[in-house]
Design a protein around this ligand. Structure first.
Ligand code: GDP
Ligand code: GDP
Ligand code: MG
Length: 362
């Protein structure tokens, strides 16, 4: 299962949670079967990504084809059209300008660049851009953010890794937590989930269903209780029971920045009473199908609290998948997961190369 290495340490072998098989006890035949299973899973993920991005891909190609129709070389007119193609594909203005400038520089070097090459060039530039934002993340402010394979500042041995999940109502926080819990559980982790979205009883019930499905432990209080208090209880309970990971669901109904900031700070401060360096990850969930709205939400949340990773959901069936390119370029916060459907397996680790391949076709 492709899952980020949250800890830089291995899942616990054996023990009640370690239901997964571990290398040493496997026969060569079992190992081969496991390898084939993993390969099949990887192919399935690629199929889902390809299918999910189909509308974005078709939209982009249709517009590109129209942009170069009847043109033999890449001139100003073609570049103007390309700019419009990218903006209407939700790449975002700043990132579009950056891409256009790079292509302009290439055109200046190669004056007779054929218009039919435009697609390949665009692909190269987008791939390069995504790679650069990945490098920036590795060397930038988010150093030590867990999830990078060499996460320097994971939690102390024996302390659970705490992920606080934030984002506005309806983007897919609860669903993402459920999917993530299931993946972690399959890796042999002991997972605790805190129902700190206490605004509606239905929110707690929905999380309970996901926890049950994933095989994770839910900590909750009544509807209307203090979210910080739920977070506190969850961490206490997780520590007492030797959990590996804690996922805290939060409400996204706070309409002004000060209110949001206060609420999130309060939850953070209470958690730090139990585990001083918690939360280890603050994951902002964005709904990719809202295009430019997702940008705006990312801007507001990053101003209200320190966000350390992004998950972009609902990339299935939207034509606005280009938003991921702009978001990675603009915010210098790693896009760690993408949601490509509602079911429990449809959360993928964001793989830049696979994304570009799926966007342009291979
Ligand atoms: P929350 O309010 O942020 O907790 O959002 P929910 O987790 O309740 O999700 C809102 C809706 O979005 C639900 O109907 C989910 O099934 C749906 N959803 C979440 N992630 C995805 C995704 O990746 N793809 C699709 N198609 N739907 C999703
Ligand atoms: P306040 O409610 O504005 O005073 O904010 P606090 O940060 O003091 O606490 C927020 C919530 O977290 C409280 O309602 C408590 O239920 C819970 N809490 C904070 N600290 C503790 C603690 O040391 N023990 C327990 N049991 N709960 C705590
Ligand atoms: Mg929710």
């Amino acid at each position: 299962m492709a899952l980020f290495n949250f800890f830089g340490k291995k899942a616990r072998p054996g023990g009640p949670e370690g239901s997964e098989s571990f290398g040493a006890e496997l026969t060569p035949q079992q190992r081969e079967e496991e390898r084939q299973q993993q390969a099949e899973q990887a192919r399935e993920q690629r199929r889902e990504l390809d299918a999910g991005l189909a509308k974005t891909r078709e939209g982009l190609f249709g517009k590109l084809a129209r942009a170069v129709a009847g043109r033999s070389k890449v001139d100003e007119g073609v570049l103007d059209q390309l700019e419009e193609v990218l903006i209407t594909s939700d790449v975002g203005v700043e990132t579009t300008v950056k891409i256009i400038e790079r292509i302009e520089a290439r055109v200046a070097r190669d004056k007779y660049m054929n218009a039919s090459e435009l697609q390949a060039i665009l692909r190269e530039e987008i791939a390069a851009l995504l790679q650069e934002s990945e490098r920036d993340e590795a060397g930038g402010a988010s150093t030590g953010v867990a999830g990078t394979p060499d996460a320097a500042s994971g939690p102390d041995e024996g302390t659970p890794y705490v992920v606080m999940v934030v984002g506005v109502n309806g983007v897919g926080k609860t669903t993402t937590i459920g999917k993530l819990a299931a993946q972690l559980k399959r890796e042999g982790r002991k997972v605790y989930i805190g129902a700190a979205d206490t605004f509606r009883a239905a929110a707690i019930d929905q999380l309970a269903v996901w926890a049950e499905r994933a095989g994770a432990t839910l900590v909750c209080q009544q509807m209307g209780s203090d979210p910080a208090s739920v977070a506190f209880d969850t961490l206490k309970s997780a520590v007492a029971n030797g959990a590996d990971v804690v996922l805290i669901d939060t409400a996204g109904r706070l309409h002004n920045k000060v209110g949001l900031m206060n609420e999130l700070s309060k939850i953070r401060n209470v958690m730090a009473k139990v585990i001083p360096d918690a939360p280890h990850d603050v994951m902002l969930v964005l709904d990719g199908s809202t295009g430019q709205n997702a940008f705006e939400q990312a801007r507001q949340f990053t101003e209200a609290t320190k966000v350390t990773s992004l998950t972009v959901t609902k990339l299935d069936g939207t034509a606005k998948g280009g938003v991921v390119i702009g978001i990675s370029d603009r915010f210098h916060i790693p896009v760690r997961y993408i949601g490509v459907g509602e079911s429990i397996d449809q959360l993928q680790v964001f793989d830049r190369r696979a994304f570009v391949d799926a966007l342009f076709g291979e």
